[in-house]
Design a protein around this ligand. Structure first.
Ligand code: ITT
Ligand code: NA
Length: 194
């Protein structure tokens, strides 16, 4: 199958690309010349993931998928969640988002958090969703240079390193996105065999 991946985030594209078998071919929005921003107006990952996929399907009439992901911090009642990329403002940088997160969590010993990814696939006009979760903790001081977003402050359960201290291959052993993509590949193969 050939699928358009409805994302403008080059890090996501790279992570997803690294996990797909040769049997699933990806076209990026850049490949198909789609430059417009994709609105994500909702407060849930499920709804934003869905609307992103629908937006691209309606524009391009081609099988496609989108993912919405976010960091849910226990001590902040699940924030920033679906607002993760714009936590510190509409065009906030990763560094600004991290600074705000750490300041909101200052002085608390409750450090539990989880990343979640929700993927929506539109296959022959029908919608399908799969998800992936990664439990972990938020450190008090950022560490590492790899990855993107909140990677420097998140340690997945079972590791001592932040995601930003890991290679892409290591991050794939733990990450929410890798889990969601594995479920996604199973789903695509199953649909392709029908
Ligand atoms: P698209 O909507 O174009 O796909 P985006 O970056 O806007 O790209 P989201 O709306 O899904 O993506 O926002 C996800 C945000 O959550 C992202 O900008 C990061 O701040 C954070 N995030 C998601 N996955 C992450 C990961 O693996 N590591 C670190 N931060 C992550
Ligand atoms: Na987005």
């Amino acid at each position: 199958p050939v699928l358009i991946f409805a994302t403008h985030n080059p890090h996501k594209l790279q992570e997803v690309q690294s996990l797909l078998p040769a049997s699933i071919r990806l076209l990026s929005l850049q490949d198909v010349g789609y430059k417009q921003a994709i609105p994500e107006p909702y407060d849930s990952l499920e709804e934003n993931s869905r609307i992103k996929a629908i937006t691209i399907y309606e524009a391009l009439q081609h099988d496609c998928f989108a993912e919405d992901s976010g960091l849910e911090v226990e001590a902040l009642n699940g924030a920033p969640g679906a607002r993760s990329s714009r936590f510190a403002g509409e065009h906030a940088t990763d560094a600004e988002n991290i600074t705000l997160l750490l300041s909101r969590m200052e002085g608390t010993s409750r450090r539990k958090a989880r990343f979640r990814t929700v993927i929506t696939l539109i296959w022959k006009g029908k919608l399908h969703q799969v998800a992936g979760t990664c439990e972990g903790t938020i450190v008090t001081t950022p560490r590492g240079k790899n990855g993107f977003g909140y990677d420097p402050v998140f340690i997945p359960e079972g590791s001592q390193k932040t995601f930003a201290e890991m290679s892409l291959e290591e991050k794939n052993q733990y990450s929410h996105r890798a889990k969601a993509i594995r479920a996604f590949c199973d789903l695509v193969h199953q649909l392709a065999a029908e």
